[in-house]
Design a protein around this ligand. Sequence first.
Ligand code: ATP
Ligand code: SF4
Length: 384
Amino acid sequence: MSATIPREHEPTALDDGVTASTGAARGVARREPVLEIDHFSVDYGVGENMVRAVSDVTLRLERSRVLGIAGESGSGKSTLVYAMTRLLRSPGLISGGEVTLHVTDEAGTVTPVNLVSATESELRKVRWSHVSIVLQSALSALNPVLRIGREFDEVLKTHRRHLTKAQRRARAVELLRMVGLNEDRLDRYPHELSGGQRQRVMIAVALALDPELVIMDEPTTALDVVTQREIISELGALRAQFGFAMIFITHDLSLLVELADEIAVMYAGSIVERAGARELYEAPRHPYTLGLLHSFPPLHGERRELTGIPGTPPDLADPPTGCSFAPRCAFAMDRCANDKPSLVEVGDTGRSVACWLFDDASGSRVPVALSRVPSRAATTKGET
Ligand code: ATP
Ligand code: SF4
């Protein structure tokens, strides 16, 4: 994907030794994982009042790849990324599972770091340098009383102590240019920038230390559609240039098709479908994915009818017994009310779905709406 936004400056490489290294320079092997999440669960509260916001999530992200996580509000997307980076506040609590970040040092040695059991001092070493997060609202993330330049300066001063003031300034200018902003923004306060410019600043700060993984939690939600598109395009270009892996969270599935290699769809705290971005977009398998795709207009291509998803997500304090999507699902069968489907691989495409429609033993017939590409279930049972 190439950047299409008009930049105020083209990026330039500095010779101060802090220019971001590319994925190739880091010796990125595409199939190496940068992050592994294994049976990870997160609760709010304990005992009778406990809410399981993330339930048994397993995900793997390879270096330089983009994983999109989509789902309605309340599906557990933010809880997942806050908990796995240990930024979750009380009453949030990790109740099970492991998260491993594979950290590469300057000599190119890769060391696994268990983020769940890491101490605060170990976490400080990996945050910013190896994993950084861009939050939903740059307004709340940027300090309103500090000029933009100070945001860069603080991060660089803390983590790159050998840099002089002039070098830190030069690096900040380079980072701003990377996201299409002029040097003069360094002397402005956040309120003097537009929403899109503030969000670009946050992205530039997140890239300051050349992290291996960047997590974006709905970074474009508050922006107009044109700016959203520009930033998505810009992020794709930066990823291609610098080779970082990315987790991009959004409720708008159509945005992810522009940016992600793979998409995981979350509903009521669980992953209900995971597939390559294009495959998932063109042939959704889970009825919830189908509903999400009919909830937002596509950025490109054919228009489709926007029907949304009837009903509301379940109350996680009192979740349904069977499939949590059953009360809203047009394809629900008898067993859906009682048995919870697990995430299983469907066919040999690397796609996983948690839905009884794709279970050979259920005797279900896959509805035409979900069968635009052949699957094991569809080919063995035929379509309705
Ligand atoms: P959004 O897009 O609105 O941020 P999300 O998909 O990121 O939604 P989360 O914010 O992770 O979802 O919330 C997941 C679930 O956890 C929701 O059902 C929410 O009600 C619950 N939850 C979040 N914070 C708390 C809290 N402090 N106490 C109890 N429950 C909480
Ligand atoms: Fe719908 Fe049943 Fe599939 Fe759940 S398991 S999504 S209720 S068909």
